[in-house]
Design a protein around this ligand. Sequence first.
Ligand SMILES: NC(=O)c1ccc[n+]([C@@H]2O[C@H](COP(=O)([O-])OP(=O)(O)OC[C@H]3O[C@@H](n4cnc5c(N)ncnc54)[C@H](O)[C@@H]3O)[C@@H](O)[C@H]2O)c1
Length: 346
Amino acid sequence: MQEFTNQKILVVGGAGFVGSNLVKTLLLSEPQEIIVVDNLLSAEKENLPKDSRVIFIEGSITDNNILAQLNSDLDYVFHLATYHGNQSSIHDPLADHENNTLTTLKLYEAIKDLINIKKVVYSSAGCTVAEKTFEQAEATTEDAPVSLYLDSPYQISKIIGEFYSNYYFKRHNLPVVKARFQNVYGPGEVLGAGQWRGTPATVWRNVIPTFIYRALRQMPLTVENGGIATRDFIYVDDIVQGLILCATKGIAGETYNLASGVETSILELANLINELTSNPTPLDFRPKREWDNSGKRFGSSEKSRTQLGFESEIDLPKGLINTINWTKNNFSFIEKCIQKHHNYMN
Ligand SMILES: NC(=O)c1ccc[n+]([C@@H]2O[C@H](COP(=O)([O-])OP(=O)(O)OC[C@H]3O[C@@H](n4cnc5c(N)ncnc54)[C@H](O)[C@@H]3O)[C@@H](O)[C@H]2O)c1
């Protein structure tokens, strides 16, 4: 972590779930400053730590005025901006393009000649690469083939971001490392954070915060397609450590999976959360979501383990207990963010 001491770091999308957790950890290493650029599309300003070394610029990284303000002596860049998530992108592909594809292109154009930059870390998504299967899943490796028939504009944007990362690395020597995340969960993921993005997924975001919120309210957890789908859940502190390892030890031009390597079915997850929250309400079984073909998947962490020394340390029960406690402690804030969208939801 001493690599970041006295350094100037840019975190694009730094007010978001992963970004704000990253900023908090980076502050421990005494950086000179952390510039956060975020348009608060899917984030709340309150998530960012109040610290004089954090300079918050509210707006889009596609905005030329903001790009012109960036310091030319940046040392590290973490690019976490996205149009969250799959369902919002299906609802509004152009907004996805603006905030999930153009963001990467304009950022790289602006920083391609900055000679101080030691590393750019791009946050990619395992869901783009994983094989679409409801049969037995194999651990997805970094060199797995990518389908040309992806399920959502979100997934397309994430892989285009990888293409641009590769292009700017090869053409301009921009030292980009691509970190492919599996499903991240943990404290700081605020249901309803940010602006209405056209569907109830604005509020419900991902499965773990949704299940925890509903279980704490003793509501039924909704399980689609018998809960047979599987995911690789990785705790946010582990992702932050992985991002830091990508920045400090990752080889420019390379891709690393940040995965727990553990496959958990949605049914197992629902039962575990009900047990940990003492939710007595039975599960609510529903049909499969029509757009969602990524049935079973988990990531291989072999390459990041052997080449970066990355190890996911927090297992699912421990991570869930931490997330449940955080949710209880922040319940009124979360309720407030959910309520913002009340009129759209009805
Ligand atoms: N959370 C996961 O499970 C997961 C899985 C795979 C990949 N990822 C990737 O990790 C990154 C972080 O995800 P997250 O879960 O923290 O999501 P998030 O929605 O909490 O964070 C994304 C941030 O980007 C900001 N943003 C959107 N458009 C922007 C723009 N034009 N300019 C500047 N900021 C903009 C949002 O306001 C938000 O703060 C994303 O790139 C996402 O695709 C996340």
